[in-house]
Design a binder for this molecule. Structure first.
Ligand SMILES: Cc1ncc(COP(=O)(O)O)c(C=O)c1O
Length: 400
């Protein structure tokens, strides 16, 4: 009898975590390494949010929370959806979990039966297919193209849907490409979904507040109210409030689905940390001024990185609408030889050689299901980004 579960064989380690660890190891050996592989803002949690958590501790809010979340947070989430997305949800239709990741995991665990298919447009956040696999479902990737800014085309969606399709996971703005769907683009996708009433939509809106220029964020249940009854709208405080370590994510959707997720969570964690939930109440209800500051900084960095990467030989970098990632193609570098003598056959070779020769850590696109590309996170200072991009230019310039 094997000790480890068969389910483990269906899970791959996270390429982003592997790359971040490699960069850390090299740094520990004294190498000068710039890590562009992390998926978290370099900003600190705003002070008023920290103070709310400290006040909660002082009030003795240190006991088990209700499984689905403290009433004050569920109320704040319902208000947020109304205020920012024009969506009507009762607090009973909301759920709080330990990070956005657990929201998705619970939704899949509560709904997937063996053989159920989940459509995932590629490139995708590395965790989606792994979570689907762990929950016994079948992840079905739907490739997108750089010419379409990595956005799912309605006809490709239509072709991918089968009688077994239970969910589609939409993520806008996207990790890893930064691409975000306009209202018209979402409407075109919604039109296809309207023809297939068995398909539910899990929309991961984690990067909602990180969009740039005059881009206007919309979410699918807002664009097509007829999909409200089969949409789970997921969001969280991790990215826009610089609260990755507090581990709070949330969602709203039909009450029967939320109840099923609560059922799963009741036997899992008993709910997200009470103190973090009080901090999230302040994040959602309190001043939002920091968002402007974050957005301005990220927009400047995006522009800097896109411009410098496009000046690099062999790289082509589209300008994404949001998040803090860019996803340049390195197709023209494939087949060339690095100064070490190693041939670059894949995007994974590209990022390994880049790390070895120039000490810049990025993540290969094939880990996100679409390559040859690399994902570069620009959640770091302008000075480091500039230096990293110079090194990438030098690396590409030296390929033969
Ligand atoms: C697209 C996307 N969804 C969800 C998450 C998970 O968020 P959390 O840290 O709140 O679990 C991430 C984090 O990297 C993400 O990039």
């Amino acid at each position: 009898m094997a000790f480890l579960a068969d389910a483990l064989s269906r899970v791959k380690p996270s390429a982003t975590i592997v790359m971040t660890q490699k960069a850390r190891d090299l740094k520990a050996q004294g190498r000068d390494v710039i890590s562009l592989s992390v998926g978290e803002p370099d900003f600190d949690t705003p002070d008023h949010i920290k103070e709310a958590a400290i006040a909660a501790i002082r009030r003795g809010e240190t006991k088990y929370p209700p499984v689905s979340g403290i009433p004050e947070l569920r109320q704040a989430i319902a208000k947020k959806f109304k205020r920012e997305n024009g969506l009507d949800y009762k607090p009973a239709q909301t759920i709080v979990s330990t990070g956005g990741k657990q929201v998705i995991y619970n939704a899949l665990l509560a709904t997937l039966n063996p053989g159920d298919e989940v459509l995932i447009p590629a490139p995708y956040w590395v965790s989606y297919p792994e979570m689907v696999g762990l929950c016994g479902g079948k992840a079905v990737m739907v490739p997108t193209r750089m010419e379409h800014d990595f956005k799912l085309q309605p006809e490709d969606l239509d072709r991918a849907i089968t009688p077994k399709t239970k969910w589609i996971i939409l993520n806008s703005p996207s990790n890893p490409s930064g691409a975000a769907y306009t209202e018209a683009e979402l409407r075109a996708i919604a039109e296809v979904l309207m023809k297939h009433p068995q398909v539910w939509v899990l929309t991961d809106d984690m990067y909602e507040h990180l969009t740039y220029g005059d881009f206007v964020f919309t979410t699918v249940a807002q664009v097509e109210p007829a999909l409200y009854e089969r949409t789970l709208t997921m969001n969280g405080v991790s990215k826009a409030y610089a609260m990755t370590g507090w581990r709070i994510g949330y969602a709203a959707g039909p009450e029967h689905l939320v109840k099923a997720m609560d059922f799963v969570q009741g036997q899992q964690t008993s709910g997200a940390a009470t103190i973090s939930q009080w901090a999230a109440v302040e994040a959602l209800n309190g001043p939002q001024d920091h968002l402007k500051v974050f957005r301005k900084a990220f927009e400047e960095r995006r522009d800097l990185v896109v411009s410098m990467l496009n000046q690099s030989r062999f790289l082509k970098c589209p300008m994404p609408e949001g998040a803090f990632y860019v996803y340049p193609s390195c197709a023209e570098a494939i087949g060339r030889t690095a100064p070490s003598g190693k041939r670059i056959d894949t995007d994974e070779d590209f990022v390994s050689e880049l790390l070895e020769t120039e000490g810049v850590a990025a993540v290969h696109g094939s880990a996100f299901g679409l390559g040859p590309n690399l994902r570069i996170s620009y959640a770091t200072s302008n000075a480091l980004l500039e230096e990293a991009c110079h090194r990438i230019q030098r690396f590409c310039g030296a390929l033969r």
